[in-house]
Design a protein around this ligand. Structure first.
Ligand code: SAM
Length: 257
């Protein structure tokens, strides 16, 4: 197994230097953005606005970290909340098998907390009706509103392993304000995943109806944030492994104390 893991590590490192592969991935990201490729998928029946590779990355991270709280900004149809909640349900199931003590889903300590400025009624209803809902809590409001941040901070108290995913408004100012508000909640060894950093690497004009673009996006916010927060580092092997990801430089690992 160790040999296998060493080989995986070596392959991933090699990908980072493989110009043909990285260029092919970059071409795919550019070609797939305007046709809205990422809007074509769902998780356990709820639409999820993600690339499949990033869904796999989240599955790997959740298994690795085994969080008891996942905080997500940007709910939309709820697919990413359901993905996180279903992974937490699997963690509970594995814990129950190992300990021999079953966990009532309604009593589980593991939770997903989603924040969105506009939770549409039909999305809220569908999320509430989903079998994974017992692990989900939602807050409607801007993720950078002081009252919302206070609520999240209060809810986060008492949790031991916290993972954060930022996927709401993709301007530099908003993403930076989210990083300032929520990255401090990430526990040592866990991650703050910042989605849509890819905007920095795509040609200008790809989002004509949006305020973000090259120079003004979550990646520029990450770079600024990291200058003052050495407790976080970019996990580059994740983006090398994925190749196809909307979060290059967005997998931020909080260093162990
Ligand atoms: C890309 S979607 C989220 C996709 C979702 N995470 C998924 O994977 O399916 C972005 C969401 O951010 C929300 N949003 C925009 N501005 C926001 C803000 N200031 N605070 C919180 N949510 C916001 C939008 O309403 C939208 O639902």
């Amino acid at each position: 197994m160790d040999t296998f893991q060493d080989e995986v590590r070596e392959r991933i490192e090699a990908i980072g230097h493989d110009a043909r592969l990285t260029q092919a991935a970059q071409s795919f990201m550019e070609a797939s953005t305007v046709p809205k490729y990422c809007y074509n998928f769902s998780c356990l029946g709820r639409p999820i606005i993600q690339y499949p590779q990033d869904m796999v990355a989240m599955q790997e991270l959740i298994w690795q970290i085994k969080p008891d709280l996942i905080i997500e900004t940007g709910i939309a149809h709820g697919g990413s909340l359901i993905l996180s909640a279903s992974m937490l349900a699997l963690l509970d199931m594995c814990e129950a098998i190992e300990s021999g003590v079953s966990i009532d889903p309604k009593q589980s300590r593991r939770k997903v907390l989603g924040i969105d400025i506009d939770i549409r009624a039909h999305n809220r209803e569908a999320i509430q009706a989903h079998p994974m809902f017992s692990r989900i809590q939602m807050i409607q409001g801007s993720s950078i509103d002081a009252e919302v941040i206070k609520q999240v901070q209060a809810l986060a108290k008492g949790y031991q392993r916290i993972l954060v995913c930022l996927d709401s408004n993709h301007t530099h100012a908003h993403a930076l304000a989210e990083l300032e508000a929520y990255a401090p909640l990430v526990t040592a060894g866990s991650y703050c995943v910042v989605f849509d950093t890819i905007i920095e690497d795509l040609p200008d004009g790809m989002y004509p109806d949006r305020p973000w673009g090259p120079g003004d996006n979550p990646k520029t916010a990450v770079w600024k944030y990291l200058k003052e927060h050495p407790e976080f580092e970019i996990d580059t092997p994740i983006q090398h492994k994925l190749l196809i990801t909307v979060a290059p430089d967005g997998f931020l690992r909080r260093k162990d104390c």
